[in-house]
Every structure is written in C-alpha cells, then in structure tokens.
Design a protein around this ligand. Sequence first.
Ligand SMILES: *[C@@H]1O[C@H](CO)[C@@H](O)[C@H](O)[C@H]1NC(C)=O
Ligand SMILES: *[C@@H]1O[C@H](CO)[C@@H](O)[C@H](O)[C@H]1NC(C)=O
Ligand SMILES: *[C@@H]1O[C@H](CO)[C@@H](O)[C@H](O)[C@H]1NC(C)=O
Ligand SMILES: *[C@@H]1O[C@H](CO)[C@@H](O)[C@H](O)[C@H]1NC(C)=O
Ligand SMILES: *[C@@H]1O[C@H](CO)[C@@H](O)[C@H](O)[C@H]1NC(C)=O
Ligand SMILES: *[C@@H]1O[C@H](CO)[C@@H](O)[C@H](O)[C@H]1NC(C)=O
Ligand SMILES: *[C@@H]1O[C@H](CO)[C@@H](O)[C@H](O)[C@H]1NC(C)=O
Ligand SMILES: *[C@@H]1O[C@H](CO)[C@@H](O)[C@H](O)[C@H]1NC(C)=O
Length: 831
Amino acid sequence: MMPRARLCSLCLLTLYLVTGYGQEGKFSGPLRPMTFSIFEGQEPSQIIFQFKVNPPAVSFELTGETNNTFKIEPDGLLYLINPLDRETRSIYNLQVAALDAHGAIVEGPVPITIEVKDINDNRPMFHQPKYEGSVRQNSRPGKPFMYVNATDLDDPATLNGQLFYEIVIQLPKINNVMYFQINNKTGAISLTQEGAQELDPAKNPSYNLVVSVKDMGGQSENSFSDSTSVDITVTENIWKAPEPVEIVENSTDPHPIKITQVQWNDPGAQYSLFEKEKLPRFPFSIDQEGNIYVTQPLDREEKDSYVFYALAKDEHGKPLSYPLEIRVKVKDINDNPPACPSAVTVFEVQENEQLGSSIGTFTAHDMDEENTANSVLGYRIVAQTPQIPLDGLFLVQTYSGVFQLAKRSLKKQDAPQYNLTVEVSDKDFTTLCAVQINVIDINDQIPIFEKSDYGSVTIPEDTKVGSIILTIQATDADEPFTGSSKILYRITEGDSEGRLGVDTDPHTNAGYVTVKKPLDFETAAVSNIVFKAENPEPLVPGVTYNESSFAKFTLIVTDVNEAPLFSQYTFQARVSEDVATGTKLGNVTAKDPEGLDIRYSLRGDTRGWLKIDPVTGEIFSAAPLDREAESVYRVKVVATEVGGSSLSAVSDFHLTLMDVNDNPPRLAKEYTGLFLCHPLSAPGSLIFEATDDDWQSFRGPQFTFSLASESLRKHWEVSKINGTHARLSTKHTSFEERVYDVPIRINDGGRPPLEGTVSLPVTFCTCVEGRCFRPVDRQPGIPTVGMAVGILLTTLLVIGIILAVVFIRMKNKDKDNVPSAQASEVRPLRS
Ligand SMILES: *[C@@H]1O[C@H](CO)[C@@H](O)[C@H](O)[C@H]1NC(C)=O
Ligand SMILES: *[C@@H]1O[C@H](CO)[C@@H](O)[C@H](O)[C@H]1NC(C)=O
Ligand SMILES: *[C@@H]1O[C@H](CO)[C@@H](O)[C@H](O)[C@H]1NC(C)=O
Ligand SMILES: *[C@@H]1O[C@H](CO)[C@@H](O)[C@H](O)[C@H]1NC(C)=O
Ligand SMILES: *[C@@H]1O[C@H](CO)[C@@H](O)[C@H](O)[C@H]1NC(C)=O
Ligand SMILES: *[C@@H]1O[C@H](CO)[C@@H](O)[C@H](O)[C@H]1NC(C)=O
Ligand SMILES: *[C@@H]1O[C@H](CO)[C@@H](O)[C@H](O)[C@H]1NC(C)=O
Ligand SMILES: *[C@@H]1O[C@H](CO)[C@@H](O)[C@H](O)[C@H]1NC(C)=O
C-alpha cells in the first residue's frame, strides 16, 4: 500500500491531466459507471478517483482489463500503477464492485472506462529510405506521378499524427525554379507548370529530391521529422505533333489513305480529331492506334490547306495532354482548264487606229495554283468573223494577251464588228473564248445636202414669227445619233439681221427654216440665203467641209399695206405757262411705210388747250395755259394714212408747263389785332409777314419791303427781318387814339418782279394790363370781360384819387410847401 501522504501530494498533477470526471465531485463520489480520459506517458502511482464507502460495504474490488496497470484500495481509491501507452492500448474496460465485510458484493459491479489520450511521443517515418520514380516530359502539371509515404504512430485524429510533406531540395535546380511539387498532405509528387514545360530528358534525364515529413501538421516547433531521398527519371514524351503532311489533290487511290500518325506515351489512350474552324466537310479520321487518314479526294481549288487537332483521352474521357496540331497542305495538279473572263469579251477600236496599236488585253483565268505550270496560259486567235476585208486583221501576244491591229486600220463601212475565237491553253487543257471587237466611228464624213439649190420661196412680209417657210435636208454617213452625224444648219449669207433660223429634227436631220424676226418688204424684198450643214463634233484632221455641205435659196418678201409709224413713241415739249395763244409748242412726225400721205389729229385734249396742223404735225396752243391747273398736259396724237386702208398709229404728246411769276406778294394773313398802347411812352413797333402764290425756290421768297408813300416817312419806318418778315416802327410818340392804315409796298424780286401794295391796320388804343381797351363808341355792343375789368379798375382809380386828394389836403394844413398832385398820377402800362 502506498503511503497516503505521497498519494495526496500527486493529486493536483493528476487532476490537471484528467478530463471527464464524474458528477458529484471531481475527485470523489459514490459508486456508479464512469469514464476517465488520461494522457499516456504519465508517472505511475497517480490517483484517478476516490469511491465513497457506503455501509454495509466495507471495501472495493477492481476487475476487467486491469493488465497490471490499475489498482483500487479497499477504501475506494482508484489509481494508476504503471505508465499508459496509447499506441499499445488506447482503452481499458474495468469493473468496480463494493464488498461487505464478508467479501460479498453488495453494490455493482459498475463499468469504469479508461480512455488513454495521445501525446506526441512518436516520430513520423518514411516507409522507404529511398524512392524511385519516373515522369514523362510534358506531363500535365499537378498530376501525381509518384507518392512518398510516411507513418506516425500517434493518434491521426490529433495534430500529433498529422503529417506534412515538403520538398526540401531539388537537384539540379536551374534558375531557382522548382520543377516538382508535393502535396503536403498526401505526399503525391507532380510537375509544376515550369516542370511541365522545361523538363527534357535530352537536357537532364534525372533529378534528385530530398523530401521531409513532419508531424504536428508541420506547424509546431516541437514536431518530429524524417526525410527521404527521391530519384526521378525523366522520360521522353512521344506525344508530339507530326510533320506537316502534303496530299496531292483529286487522288484516285481508294480511300481512306493513311497520311500520318500520333501516339500517346502509354497504351490504352483514346484518340480523336477536332477542327479549329467549322468546315462544311471534314475529310479526316483517326483510329485507336493513332493513325490519321484522309477519307476522300481533296480539291485544292476548294481549300488548299487544313489545320486540325488530335487529342488523347484516358478511359474516363479526360484529356491526357494538350492537343497536337496536324497540318495538311493540298498539292496542286493541273485539273482545271483555263476559264474565259466572261462569255464575250468586248474591245473597241477607233476607225483610224494605227497598225500595231494595242486594242486591249485579254486575260483568262486558271483555277490551278498560281505561278505554276498548271496555271500559265497561252493565247492564240483561231477564227475571225467576218473575214472582211481580209483574215488575220488582229493578233494576240501569246502570254500577255495584248491584242493588236495586225494588218491595217479598220473602216466601219467594211465591218462594224468582228467576232474572234481565242484559244487559251495551259499545260494540258484548251479553252475557246469569244472576243468581240467593235469598230467605233469617227467624224470623217461631212454632211451632204440632197440638193444645192432650193429655188425661191415667196412669202408676205407679215408672215408670223415662228412660221416654217422651207424644209431642207442633208445627210451624214457617220454613226447615227452621235455628234459626228448630227447636223446643225447655219445661214452664212443673206440674213445679217437674223430674221431666219434653221431648227434640226434630231431623228431625221431635216432642217426647218423658220421666221425668227418680222420680215420687211421695204428693207429687204429679195435675199439670197446660203446654208451650211455642220456637225457639232469637229471633223478629224484631213477631212474638211466642201461645197456639198452648202445649199442656197432665194427669199422673196412681198409687200403688205402697213400702218404709219411715228418717229418716236412719246413726243415732249416744254413751254412757259404764259405763252400766247397760237404759239407753236412742238411737232410730231410719222411716216407711212408705203409712203402714203399722213394726216395728224389730237385725241384727249380735254382742256382744249392745243390744236395740231393735220399736215405738218405742228402743235400750237389754242387757249391760255395754267401750270397751277396742269403741270404736265398729256394728249395722244394720231397719224392716219391718206388712201390705202386708212390705217392709223397713235403716239403720246407730253407738254410740260413752266411756272411764270404772275402772282404779286400779299400779307400772309389778315392782320386785324395789331395795336400799340396810347399814348405812346416811347416809339413802338410791330412784326408782319408776307407771302406769294407763285412757285418758289428752295430758299423761299426774298421779299423787299418799303412804305408806299414818301409822306409817311415822317411817322413810320419799315425794316426787313428776313425774306418773309419785316418790322413796322413808329418814328415818334404823338399818335391819335385811332386806327392808322399804313400802306406798304412788297416786291417779290422775281422775273419779272411783281410788287404788291398792302395796307397794314395799326390801332392806337388805351391799354389795360397789356390789352387794348377800345372806347365803347368805337366798339358798340356787349362789353367784353376786358372792358368790365377796365371799368372796375377805373372806378377804383377814381376812388383812390379822391382819397389821395383828401389825404394831401389834410397834410397841407401842416405844411405850406405842397408838392404837385401829378406826381401820384398812374401812368398807363406800356404795350
Ligand atoms: C492485457 O489484457 C489483454 C486482454 O485484455 C491481454 O491480451 C494482454 O496480454 C494483457 N497484457 C498484460 C500485460 O497483462
Ligand atoms: C501510406 O502508408 C499507409 C500505411 O502503410 C497506407 O495505409 C496508405 O495507404 C499509404 N498511402 C499511400 C498514399 O500510399
Ligand atoms: C498545403 O497545401 C495546400 C494545398 O495543397 C495549401 O493550401 C497549404 O497552404 C499548404 N500548407 C502549407 C503549410 O504550406
Ligand atoms: C479531278 O481530275 C479530273 C481529271 O483528272 C477532272 O475531270 C475533275 O474535274 C477533277 N476534280 C476536281 C474536283 O478537281
Ligand atoms: C458576233 O457574235 C454575236 C453573238 O455573240 C452576234 O450577235 C453577232 O452577229 C456576231 N457578229 C458577227 C459580225 O458575226
Ligand atoms: C465633197 O466631199 C465628198 C467626200 O467627202 C465627195 O463625195 C463630194 O463629191 C465632194 N463634193 C464636192 C463638190 O467636191
Ligand atoms: C419738227 O421738230 C424737229 C425737231 O424736233 C425738227 O427737226 C423738224 O424740222 C420739225 N418739223 C417741222 C415740220 O417743223
Ligand atoms: C424770319 O423772321 C421771323 C421773325 O423773326 C421768324 O419767325 C421766321 O422764322 C424767320 N424766317 C426764316 C426763314 O428765317
């Protein structure tokens, strides 16, 4: 039995390391089923639990898988007597029973389970000290090609058993690039992206890796580790694109024909082909040996090369590697005859082209490969239709296809068109093509009149403008409806005034001679007219118009009685308005084309001012004229032929009347209110204005003013202010209180000068507040307001004078020296 004290001293450590204690207390309690978890590797003699004794029980018994590891004291103390090792045994199933004093079971047995918990007491170990593997160059990156494997006895459910693989060294290592990688959990080794690209057995056939493994997930400093050496051999990749293939087109051998092959590195791969571009047909296949076939004849002219891909897959349909590019070139054979550029090739040649001139280039086409013997073409003319004027007019250059005139220039009259058959040949084939050569007309033909003299045409002089008087005809042998054959007729002689013109019918080239301006027997009764027929296009050099392009006719215009003609549309005259009756004012003249006598008359002389001499056309005044009534007098004059048909013509006569100074000046208005205040305190003056009814220049009238009689000069004076205004002034102040009529002479200074004498009435009157107060006897009738005010003021004045006299009298009683009463007299106001 262990000393109690020692057991207790170990209590704390045990409690720390144990989990999952029972219910009542952590370290002690009654007997019941319990589970304890205990770390392995602990010192022995540690207390696990204290079961409480419950009478009649006096002791306990431990049974089950005690395996010399667990013991129980009679007092219920369960403890460990030997270290635990999880790797040896991880679980113990025990039973505890309570016994009475007789050793009989009174309670239990109850199950007690001991779980051994892991500690990291084992290091990982690789299964092999050295591994060997091999990898194919260009293998897919990340796809494992070998494994390394290590084991750790510790619980894999805890960090203690979790392994972490790592490549520590790669030899050789170029540019510090890792070609290999390892899955840190599974130990699977695969190529990196770089490895998949760079590995090449030709450069370096083998590599050595040092791989380490750590427990604790490799995360703890306390982890254990192991390492191993891995030798890797790099083997050649036979999954390679084959060389490009050439296939001769249009092959007659039985298909399919093997053209190339591909092979995966290992047997059992499944091969397939796919196209880059979707083709209407895909004439290739592959079998499960990787042999590639063409399945039908190819046509280079349809498609001259193919690019497609071969793919290898594993049994699950997963691609084993990248696809391989297969290039096929289709080789040409001469299997296409030359083709004509079009059903008919048309060339045009002008009539006057020189011998040897190039007409055009004929280019046929061959579908076979360019710049090979299969597509080089040769040309030859094999037929010419028509053979007029002879065969072999044209030649073609064998390889360039240039057509030329071989013998002579062409004439459209000979043949307007030639049809040629051209043989086009390549190495093996011959094709016939049609070439048509059109001869183009040039203006080498002149218009020829059907006759050179159209005789004479007689027409009356009043033939209407626009009338057709003759049809003429010339013909031109050049190509119809071109500028070379169209005819323009021109009058070259006999019509300098352009009275006639010729219009051409564009379809028939007929010329219609038409009256363009009025004809006149009197100026041209007979004309010899010459026409020329011309083309709008110039003639080619060497060809000129000759006499056959000219024709003539005689135009005879017959007389027709015509109305007289005035020499002017309007006749004008200017006279002064004051001309004497019977004065000649002007004349009109008219002539009759036939030379008949003329009689003149007036029409519209509404005022009866004029008369006309019927023979001479002179016009006279027949009454006084007045500009102020009619400044321009308009009448019509009529000229009538004597005899014949008495035809007449009408023209205008405009008589402009010029002004004459025939109105004397006068006062501009009636001056009734002019006044001066009486008695005058100083000489006064008044302003008046004159006017005149005659036409005035822009400066206005320039009147001069004077008194009408010498005797007035003692009392009055007139002075001019400007052309229309003057001032009348008094020369003294002693005028009577009455109206003075002052006669004033006004001269208008015109040509001739006219003078008027006017009377200006000036009233001298008593003024009240600047207004003229006229005595009642002079102005009988109702007193005006002014008069009433005057009366009132006069009354107030009288009262004022009386009061003043009384006042002075009272003062005079004091003083002897009395001033004159006149000093206070009120003076009338000045006007
Ligand atoms: C422990 O018990 C098992 C059976 O439970 C037995 O196989 C084993 O030999 C025993 N070990 C010891 C050391 O008693
Ligand atoms: C590693 O070894 C263990 C034990 O030998 C085995 O169970 C496991 O499958 C192996 N792992 C690999 C990837 O070979
Ligand atoms: C282990 O590998 C995984 C991917 O396979 C990675 O995500 C993880 O970071 C790696 N662990 C360490 C510690 O490098
Ligand atoms: C194949 O060649 C023959 C003559 O060799 C020819 O008649 C045929 O048109 C050609 N086929 C193709 C598709 O070019
Ligand atoms: C030329 O051939 C065309 C048909 O292509 C025909 O209409 C024409 O009359 C032929 N000309 C000559 C001159 O044979
Ligand atoms: C004018 O020339 C044509 C040919 O262009 C000819 O036929 C005709 O006789 C000539 N006329 C005269 C009058 O010389
Ligand atoms: C008519 O007047 C013109 C001037 O206008 C003059 O030449 C001609 O002689 C006059 N005729 C008569 C008959 O007076
Ligand atoms: C002439 O003089 C009068 C008075 O001074 C004035 O009213 C008038 O406008 C003048 N006329 C001209 C044309 O100066």
